[in-house]
Design a protein around this ligand. Structure first.
Ligand code: ADP
Ligand code: MG
Length: 696
């Protein structure tokens, strides 16, 4: 296999320097190795014949077998076309060509049997094929079975490089090699019953059966994902060993006093488990880098507080960062209320903290009398010096850049432990990849007594009913959110619908106060409006998604989301998390103006069926791909995936992770002779992409 990496594609039979350059530019194919690893992304099944009678326009590429009963050139000039009537006994259909009319006309013999291969369409209520491939029975026989469709570009097609051409070159390489050597460690190959490298590569290009093809694809996916997992784990382990961390050896008065006398409610089992995981992690002598994933409302703040108390008990200070001023303020209020009785000194530092307060905060941090600092990223920018920062908690991490995380660490010679809290429920298997170097804790249980939010999908024609429902909630003294899509692509239009919506609401509910928040407001105005709602002075809040993260107003029981179809599921889930925070039954109403496409409707209907954030995140990934997460990930991936798909191959990721852990446990540096070929393959795969070790 290694030798192939050294063969420039221009030396592959049939390619030559010109086309080699094209392949490199268009498909990033440099060597013979790359070429045989350029796999089809899908396969056409030429093992089945369809009846013309059964054809529908939503079918993929199909083949039919029959005879032409007529063949006529119609129209003139640019509109000239060749139209055939083709019958297989079940029905007759039209076959049309707009190009190469003469040649095709000449080659087809009326009454002979042919096999046509193409994607059916409908024309005047009858099935139709445009530009199908036409084979005689004899040539068709050689093309039966599965046929790969290779990823190609328009430019390549225009230069006459298509699937057949590519397949020929690949075949040239394949036939020049007796056998491809194996990359994967034999132990892994055996334990996971994977197809060997040689078989897999050949099957992927020339499948002999759907079953074997499936096994081949699985093997290649596994290989890619396994390499990624081994690479990530190896780096994470090395770093862990290399970075000293503070030891939190004891549980003392802060923690115990709080636990015994201040805790407003019993912890959920999930909260207890995660706190235990954090405790153990902070006592290893190495730095903790832990992600706590917990659905909205699962009680992450409390877990953060207990972890910080642990730091205090060991003589350290702690810091909690939130992405917005509103959130930081809320955290500050919650924490100081909860922890005051335990004798904890908490302060808030944001961009708008006054100079005098700032100075006393600095002093308190420097002399150690200030225990917990809550803040926004101002904490990073400020000339803040802790006496001994032992733990940093970062809430809602997806709003924080990786670079900012790094900056915090620079404040100490031994880096503080880092706890990242996120409510974005990334499916576990994806987290393994995205946060490959973080340990993950999951709070998978909501506090008892929560009533799940009732979610309804309503169209514009039901708007009056929806307003009546809002009216009833308001009459009971409840508060209501009305959310509009974030102002973006069509800024003017969005702003208009938001402002109009606001005006409508003010008019309809004219004996209530309506607050109004969107991203274009000045920060002070935004805070002012938010506070009107948070304090209960305003009963209705009309807003864009700025309220998505963290805001906590338990008296708000209803949320109406306008143009719900424009939101991703995970985002809807985050928004919905703003209601259902108190004891009362809450409602989330997804409004939609338009008649929805089937898939969109199904997407929204899922929201009405479940409140399980992980299920929603998984569905979201399937509908839309990993999206944002993928963005984060691209920067974190040691190399690009060709066969595996992070959104849909969760099961294989989990296997690959387990296998990677076992391999590194047994052979941390991959020095065992049986593992050396794998190490070499891994290192050459990784070295092709830029250094990514800077992440986190
Ligand atoms: P999130 O995980 O979304 O940040 P919070 O920490 O804001 O959730 O908690 C949501 C609400 O649940 C808060 O009002 C909090 O006081 C409450 N809560 C947290 N833990 C428990 C518990 N164990 N039992 C009851 N209520 C809890
Ligand atoms: Mg929170």
């Amino acid at each position: 296999m290694e030798a192939l990496r050294k063969i420039d594609i221009k030396y592959v039979k049939g390619i030559g320097p010109k086309r080699a350059e094209l392949l490199t530019k268009q498909l990033d194919i440099h060597t013979a190795y790359d070429l045989v690893h350029h796999f089809p992304t899908s396969y056409l099944d030429r093992s089945t014949f369809y009846s013309i009678r059964d054809l529908t326009a939503d079918m993929p590429t199909i083949q039919v077998c029959g005879r032409f009963v007529s063949l006529n050139v119609l129209g003139e000039g640019a509109r000239m076309r060749l139209v055939g009537l083709f019958s297989d006994g079940s029905a007759t259909m039209e076959v049309v060509w707009f190009q190469s009319i003469k040649t095709i006309r000449k080659n087809i013999i009326l009454g002979e049997q042919y096999v046509l291969f193409g994607k059916p369409g409908m024309f005047n209520g009858r099935p139709q094929l445009v530009h199908p491939e036409v084979d005689t029975l004899k040539t068709a026989a050689t093309r039966q079975g599965m046929r790969g469709v290779y990823p190609l570009t328009e430019t390549l097609r225009n230069r006459g490089i298509g699937t057949r051409q590519l397949q020929e070159w690949i075949s040239n390489v394949l036939s020049s090699r007796p056998k491809f050597s194996e990359n994967l460690p034999p132990s892994v190959l055996e334990q996971y019953r994977l197809m060997g490298a040689d078989d897999a590569i050949r099957q992927l290009h020339h499948p002999t059966s759907p079953d074997l093809l499936k096994k081949a694809r699985e093997r290649m996916k596994f290989e890619e994902l396994f390499m990624i997992q081994v690479d990530m784990l190896r780096r994470a382990r090395r770093r862990k060993m290399a970075t000293d961390g503070f030891r939190f050896t004891r549980v003392g008065n802060f923690f115990n006093n709080f636990y015994n006398t201040c805790l407003p409610f019993p912890l959920t089992n999930a909260q207890k488990r995660v706190i235990k995981e954090i405790r153990a992690n902070c006592n290893t002598g190495h730095q903790m880098n832990r992600l706590v994933q917990g659905d909205v409302g699962s009680g992450k703040t409390l877990v953060a507080l207990m972890a910080m108390l642990l730091a205090l008990d060991n003589g350290f200070q702690a810091c909690l960062m939130a992405p917005t001023e509103i959130l930081a303020t809320q955290h500050y209020e919650t924490l100081s209320k909860m922890a005051a009785a335990a004798g904890v000194n908490v302060r808030l530092l944001t961009g708008s903290t006054r100079k005098r307060d700032r100075e006393s905060i600095h002093a308190g941090l420097a002399d150690g009398s200030l225990h917990i600092l809550v803040g926004t990223h101002a904490v990073l920018e400020d000339p803040v010096k802790f006496q001994n920062l032992g733990l940093v908690v970062i809430d809602e991490q997806h709003r924080f850049g990786v670079a900012q995380r790094a900056r915090l660490w620079a404040k100490n010679s031994i880096p503080p432990h880092v706890l990242v809290m996120t409510a974005t429920p990334i499916p576990r298997t994806l987290a393994m990849t995205v946060y490959g170097d973080l340990d993950v804790s999951v709070i998978d249980e909501l506090p008892p007594g929560r009533k799940p939010v009732t979610t309804l999908l309503r169209y514009d024609n039901a708007r009056e009913q929806v307003y009546r429902g809002i009216g009833r909630q308001l009459a009971e003294g409840r508060q209501v959110y009305i959310v509009y899509p974030l102002i973006e692509e069509n800024e003017k239009l969005d702003l208009r619908s938001l402002t109009e919506g606001y005006e409508d609401i003010c008019e309809i509910f004219n004996n209530y106060r309506v607050a109004f928040v969107h991203g274009k407001l000045k920060p002070e105005e935004k805070d002012h409006q938010m506070n009107l709602f948070a304090s209960g002075k305003a009963q209705i809040l009309v807003a864009t998604t700025v309220i998505e993260v963290g805001v906590n107003v338990p008296n708000a029981t209803t949320m109406v989301i306008e143009n719900a179809e424009r939101f991703g599921l995970s985002q809807l889930h985050q928004l919905r998390g703003r209601v259902g925070r108190g004891a009362a039954q809450s409602y989330c109403i997804l409004m939609s103006k338009v008649k929805l496409a089937k898939e969109t409707r199904e997407r929204l209907e899922l929201m009405t069926q479940t409140t399980d954030g992980f299920r929603i995140a998984e569905a979201d990934m399937k509908f839309r791909g990993p999206g944002d997460i993928e963005g984060t990930m691209q920067s974190g991936m040691p190399f690009n995936l060709h066969v595996a798909n992070l959104a849909t191959d969760g099961q294989i990721i989990a296997l690959a992770r387990t296998a990677a852990e076992a391999l590194l446990d047994a052979d941390p540096e991959l020095q065992h002779p049986a593992n050396v070929p794998f190490r070499i393959a891994l290192e050459s795969a990784v070295s092709r992409t830029a250094d990514w070790s800077q992440i986190s």
